[in-house]
Design a protein around this ligand. Structure first.
Ligand SMILES: C[S@@+](CC[C@H](N)C(=O)[O-])C[C@H]1O[C@@H](n2cnc3c(N)ncnc32)[C@H](O)[C@@H]1O
Length: 319
């Protein structure tokens, strides 16, 4: 029996992959990157973990699914390179991880990024790691405007795909776009932020917030829900009609903030390996927080020698 990794070993191994992947693209457009704090690496680890699980499993089932292409759709993809401000280092972004991490590579990658210079940098980085321009496409457009063409492209290739919608709040990918995605053969990951509750409260007297909320949840669901809990219940019910498994993972900063990374998939015969892997990921993300990731990143990148300041009172541990 293989020994289960400690959280430190597990986190160290995943963070090492994120930093090493960034080194592959770091010299391309070196001044263009997204800026985050260390707890963002926990989201990236979750998505990267699933890129591998998804490709391992779906590759085996493509024929059964009557599909020819196993693809990845990154909505709000970023530049492919992320600076981690509080650990003073770089990690790869979600599209670059999709290109580098799977043992059985995605046949096709579609990335949507509205910021022109980030989209150009991502395209150059993808050319570098994919080695050609035919196995991916970057849409330098707003996600709501690009989604139909992006989904058409995936449909033309007879794809089953993993989608990641990396909301930064509630804007940019409407309920209508999410519905279009839900109609396609795909598993979906998206981020869900707690400040959405504040927008819902403000929407009672603020027209701009009202429109944002209607756009995100869908006007019908929003207007018939009396309370926030009602709204989340009704919205979730509608998502569950399309995807029977809805699995939230908490991403915790370690300083009192958190948000959710949500996974949606259909219940299928291949369900059980998925559920086991999701349980495993959930256990890790429940116990690992952003401040721990920051310390481990600092050790990995040589900014700090050991973790004794984190584990005060315990013997120092070097990676
Ligand atoms: C959280 S970052 C992406 C990080 C990336 N997914 C990763 O994990 O490495 C969100 C990105 O979405 C882009 N963005 C914001 N609004 C957008 C929209 N409406 N359509 C497409 N991209 C958008 C931003 O420019 C930013 O680069």
């Amino acid at each position: 029996m293989t020994k289960r990794k400690t959280d430190l070993e597990w986190l160290g191994d995943h963070l090492r992959i994120l930093t090493e992947a960034s080194e592959r693209v770091r010299s391309i457009e070196p001044t263009v990157y997204n800026d985050f704090n260390a707890w963002t690496t926990l989201k990236l680890i979750g998505v990267k973990f699933w890129q591998r699980i998804y490709t391992d499993i779906i590759q085996e089932h493509l024929e059964l699914l009557r599909k020819e292409c196993m693809a990845y759709l990154d909505v709000m993809a970023g530049s492919g390179l992320n600076r981690i401000r509080d650990a003073d280092c770089f990690v790869a972004g979600s599209s670059i991880l999709a290109a580098l991490v799977p043992r059985k590579p995605f046949h096709y990658i579609v990335s949507i990024e509205s910021n022109r210079s980030r989209a150009v940098a991502l395209e150059k980085r993808l050319i570098h790691v994919r080695g050609n321009q035919t196995s991916f496409k970057v849409f330098a457009q707003e996600a709501d405007a690009a989604i139909r063409d992006a989904l058409g492209e995936l449909r033309d290739r007879k794809s089953h795909f993993m989608a990641f919608v990396d909301y930064q709040g509630m804007k940019g990918f409407s309920r209508e776009s999410m519905d279009a995605l839900l109609r396609e053969p795909c598993d979906i990951w998206f981020t869900f932020f707690p400040n959405i509750k504040r927008s819902v409260a403000l929407s009672e007297w603020d027209e701009a917030n009202l429109e944002t909320c209607r756009n995100f949840f869908g006007r019908r669901v929003f207007d018939r829900s009396a309370t926030y809990d009602d709204l989340i219940g009704n919205w979730t019910q509608e998502l569950l009609l399309r995807r029977q498994i809805l699995y939230p993972f908490q991403i915790q900063s370690g300083e009192g903030y958190s948000y959710e990374l949500v996974f949606m998939t259909k219940r299928t015969k291949a369900g059980s390996p998925y559920v086991n892997a999701a349980d495993d990921l959930k256990r890790r993300l429940d116990s690992i927080k952003g401040d721990f990731a920051r310390m481990v990143l600092q050790v990995l990148t040589g900014k700090q020698r050991d973790l004794d300041s984190y584990f005060s009172g315990r013997p120092p541990f070097s990676l």
